[in-house]
Design a protein around this ligand. Sequence first.
Ligand SMILES: Nc1ncnc2c1ncn2[C@@H]1O[C@H](COP(=O)(O)OP(=O)(O)O)[C@@H](O)[C@H]1O
Ligand SMILES: [Mg+2]
Length: 327
Amino acid sequence: MIQVEGLTKRYARHVAVDNISFSVDKGDIVGFLGPNGAGKTTTMRILTCFMPPTEGKATVANFDVFEQPFEVKKHIGYLPEAPPVYPEMSVRDYLTFVARLKNLPSGDIRNRVEQVMERCAVADVAPKLIGKLSKGYRQRVGLAQAIIHNPDVLILDEPTSGLDPKQINETRELIKSLSGEHTIILSTHILPEVEAVCEKVIIINKGKVVATDSVENLKNRAGLGGATQVQIENTGDLDPVAVHQRLEQVAGVSKVLDRLTHGPRLVFEIENLQGQNARPDIARAIVHAGWNLIELKSSTMTLEEVFLELTGSHTAQPAPVAAGEVA
Ligand SMILES: Nc1ncnc2c1ncn2[C@@H]1O[C@H](COP(=O)(O)OP(=O)(O)O)[C@@H](O)[C@H]1O
Ligand SMILES: [Mg+2]
């Protein structure tokens, strides 16, 4: 449904999106995950024909975003990061206005506006001015305008940002309920959002795609998932650095992370090499060295840890300050 090939966007000398490629299948609900400044909004603005790429190609529903913007726009509903607001308009009037802009047959507009208000749980505020609504309601009005022409694809840029926890839940539920009828790509810098809403994830960092996978696979990714946690008694004469080094030498181990190297226990997180279970060898190495093994257990990584691993970002949440402001 969406094909992106070698997309690049430069602002002056700053590369915001750097040769990214990905595809989204019909019916998918995909999280476009990355820290602030990663290039999410830029990519979404290109996909929605708001600006051209510097290089590369993108198609939506088989239409080229650069060459066939009118066709693309017909097939896309877009909720921008900062939705245009018409505070002086009522919800019903605004949605009627959008329906006309999108060239819905005039005989259908009335019904369709009532339908999407119902669908997005804003019917109870239909006559209210948008400026008087809570942020949660306003965001749902934004979703209502995005789906009014029943597009194949929904592109939602940080759809829950600025909402309180209750509004976040309501908005996520609404997005999930829309996924049956639309292919959805939503951007976020918040990991739990992806876990709560999406089946697949595209992780973007500094303008580059660093992973594309199902949320499930990503967590179990060879080399990232299948980790082992080891606890060894800290007898006082034990040098944590030496233990770390010894563990790193065990066959099948790709990486050793110190979790706790003081107190009565030394705790290490050990990542296995792809497809290997290093646990028996780890146990033997510890016993052979004469250290007291307290516990050895498998531990899968959270999506957050995977994200940190892939992006090298240690401030995934809350969002780090956008880079490149000088560009
Ligand atoms: N209009 C612009 N002019 C110059 N730089 C920009 C502009 N828009 C975005 N950028 C820069 O491009 C990078 C990507 O921004 P953006 O796509 O907004 O990221 P995200 O949505 O992931 O936070 C950032 O470094 C940002 O500062
Ligand atoms: Mg953004």
